[in-house]
Ligand binder design. Structure first.
Ligand SMILES: C[S@@+](CC[C@H](N)C(=O)[O-])C[C@H]1O[C@@H](n2cnc3c(N)ncnc32)[C@H](O)[C@@H]1O
Length: 311
């Protein structure tokens, strides 16, 4: 199956990276290589692109897409939480730019058997990294009602989270919930008929929540962003595209804390904690897609780009 994915905020991200032809860049979420290829086009033979994705299919697709640049490209099937280790193996101590374009690719959603889509019948899977043993089926069948409620509410911002969680647990008494269609039916039954299609597909928010929980999307970002800032060379930049308000808040707060790390009480005349700023936030407000982009690519609608520059 051809890897189909329209890159979001492409020009803005590439411009935001301020690419030096001889620089070293990391794409931590390669996907179809849409951002990566634009970086490669701007590098010379001394430049380097390190690409990471936890999905084998993304690595395969990007290997083909970036073939023309293979002498300066190194692709790794890895979670970006291991970025420092991957760079270490390549003997790279610092980089000039890092891109993260978070979330799922359209390809992952289009591959029915991956179980990301609420529009097709498939086993409940939703793993970005298919080497990990736990799947969405484990979450749906093993989490208790309170835990299901919390993730559907927090990660899905779903109004009917309580009744969805209750009905999932109730339905489990009839046997294991195996497929996306079974889950969609439970979700639909948990909402008043009038509300079902009021804001998109009724299962959209619950599926998003389970996917975020399963792939530990927020934890990984929170735990690795500071390390990424530390990996940047002087004037190196990190560009992050988020698709969820909680994700965006993590990026905003960690960038801010790296710019203003001082923890001294306000009334102190001088800083005694000695925490030094690591750089500056380039985007006081996030960069949003243009009207044209949102019309052309519905996935872009919730996208936000934030940029940080190392001192
Ligand atoms: C939105 S797509 C990237 C699309 C890409 N920028 C392009 O233009 O083709 C996100 C990709 O990031 C990968 N991904 C998400 N979280 C990841 C993580 N923590 N580590 C590695 N890859 C991750 C997903 O598997 C997916 O392929």
């Amino acid at each position: 199956m051809e890897f189909k994915h329209i890159s979001v905020l492409l020009e803005e991200t590439i411009e935001g990276l301020n690419i030096k032809p001889e620089g070293i860049y990391v794409d931590g979420t390669l996907g179809g290589g849409g951002h990566a290829i634009e970086i490669c086009k701007r590098l010379d033979e001394n430049g380097k692109l390190i690409g990471l994705d936890q999905d084998e299919e993304a690595i395969k697709a990007s290997t083909i897409r970036l073939n023309e640049y293979k002498s300066i490209v190194s692709l790794n099937k890895s979670n970006f939480m291991y970025m420092a280790e991957v760079l270490n193996k390549e003997n790279i101590k610092g980089v000039d730019g890092i891109v993260l374009d978070l979330g799922v690719s359209s390809h992952q959603i289009d591959r029915i058997e991956r179980g990301f889509s609420y529009n097709s019948d498939a086993p409940l899977d939703m793993r970005m990294d298919r080497d990990q043993p736990k799947t969405a089926k484990d979450i749906v069948n093993d989490y208790d009602e309170e835990k299901l409620y919390r993730i559907i509410k927090d990660y899905g911002e779903e109004r009917f989270a309580k009744s969805i969680a209750r009905n999932i647990v109730k339905e489990r008494t009839n046997g294991v919930i195996e497929t996306t269609t079974e889950l969609v039916e439970i979700i639909k039954k948990s909402m008043p008929a009038k509300a079902r299609y009021a804001s998109g597909h009724p299962a959209k928010r619950t599926f998003q929540a389970i996917r975020i929980e399963l792939n530990k999307e927020l934890e990984v970002l929170k735990e690795t962003l500071n390390t990424m800032v530390d990996l940047l060379n002087e004037k190196g930049r990190i560009c992050i595209i988020t698709f969820h308000s909680l994700e965006d808040r993590i990026v905003k707060n960690i960038f801010r804390d790296n710019e203003h790390p001082c923890t001294c009480p306000r009334e102190f005349p001088i800083c005694v904690c000695n925490k030094k700023s690591k750089g500056k936030v380039i985007t006081r407000k996030p960069i949003l897609p243009s009207e044209d982009e949102m019309e052309f690519n519905t996935r872009a609608k919730s996208a936000k780009l934030r940029i940080f520059e190392r001192v």
